[in-house]
Each structure stands twice: as C-alpha cells, then as structure tokens.
Write a protein that binds this ligand. Sequence first.
Ligand SMILES: Nc1ncnc2c1ncn2[C@@H]1O[C@H](COP(=O)(O)OP(=O)(O)OP(=O)(O)O)[C@@H](O)[C@H]1O
Ligand SMILES: [Mg+2]
Length: 205
Amino acid sequence: MLTFDDLLLRARSLAGDGRRRTLLGIAGSPGSGKTTLAERLVRELDDAAHVPMDGFHLADVELDRLGRRDRKGAPDTFDAAGYAALLRRLREDADEIVYAPGFERVLEQPIAGAVPVAPTARLIVTEGNYLLLGTGAWARVRAELDEVWFCETDEEERVRRLVARHEAFGKGHEEAVAWVRGTDQRNADLVAGTREGADLVVGPL
Ligand SMILES: Nc1ncnc2c1ncn2[C@@H]1O[C@H](COP(=O)(O)OP(=O)(O)OP(=O)(O)O)[C@@H](O)[C@H]1O
Ligand SMILES: [Mg+2]
C-alpha cells in the first residue's frame, strides 16, 4: 500500500529538474479526498501550486439559464474548455502570475482571480472529478496533464464524509443525504468508470 511519503517522493521526481513546469492531476469521486491530498502535497513541496477544477463550476446564473441548476456537479456544469485552456497557459506562461478561479463552498459559486500561481511554481497540482473523463473538452484537460492519480476511498466512508461536509457548509441532514444519494451519486458512478485511465490508484492514506 502506498503511503503519503511514497506519493510525495513520486510528486517530487515528477517535478524533476524544474526546467519546465509539470502538471499533476488528481481525480476521484466526490468526497474521495482529492482536495485534502493536493493541499497536503503542496504544503510539503517547495515551488508547488494547487489549482482546483472546482473553480470552473459554471455560476448559478448560467446554470439557471441552461436549466441545469439541479444537476450542479455533473460534467456539463463545468467550463471544461476554459479549464483546459488555463492548464495550457500554466504550462506555457511561467513569466508572470497566472490567476486561476477558486470555488467558494458557502456560496457554492466560482470566484475569478482567487488562486494566484507564482512564476516560481514548478509543479502544478490540479484536482477534480472529471480529469479522466475523456469526452468533449475533458479530453483536452487530460492531454495537458503529465500524470493523473485516482483517489479511491471505501464507499461507505466516502458517503459519510460527504454528508458531514454538506452539513458543515449549511445543508440540513435530510437535504445533505438526499443530495449525496442523488446528484452526487450519479456523478460518483461516472467518475468511478474512469479509474482505469489513471497512472496510479491511491488508496486510503
Ligand atoms: N485521509 C483522510 N482521512 C479522514 N478524512 C479525510 C481524509 N481525506 C479527506 N477527508 C475528509 O473527507 C472530506 C472530503 O475530502 P476532500 O474535500 O478532500 O474530498 P474531495 O475529493 O476533494 O471532494 P469533492 O469532490 O467534493 O471536492 C473532507 O471533509 C475531508 O476533511
Ligand atoms: Mg474537493
């Protein structure tokens, strides 16, 4: 079983001699621990930056226009083409700060300009559900990434964590459970099917 230190070593060797930027992706179902792992890696590494796919959620006003608000979190509720373009820019443009959008969990809205990536960042760790999906613009996202890891967590534990997180950010218990069993589960099943495309599967740490 891989330990966190194994992953740290692998991330370090990916970053290599630092002449060019390296992009590491972390995929996995909702609540599988992608953000936690990315933040931990970036904390331990010098010259690494965390860029979440979550920043590319479409805003509620656009989801309303599309009639997709109740499916928030599904692949077509993200700006996948914009995400791919940002990843390309991060690879090519290392002379100035590049701003990525963030995601605000209380508002559940993307926020432009929330994540600065310094010119000194050599390893970009980006994470989200659909990095390995391979359909439409998601294929361009995968093509920008040097390596993609897949976070896998025991299903019961994953659901328990997800309900707890929805509650922590303001949903009532019933509402949290309904969302996790409904919308989140559909997305989780879709993501689970992309596991084979990963370079590495990461279990519980
Ligand atoms: N190794 C771990 N041990 C215990 N709890 C963890 C661990 N990793 C993550 N968690 C908890 O599980 C929840 C989900 O983790 P995290 O937010 O990292 O998942 P995620 O894959 O980024 O989810 P999402 O797809 O919804 O963004 C969080 O509340 C986090 O604190
Ligand atoms: Mg996350």
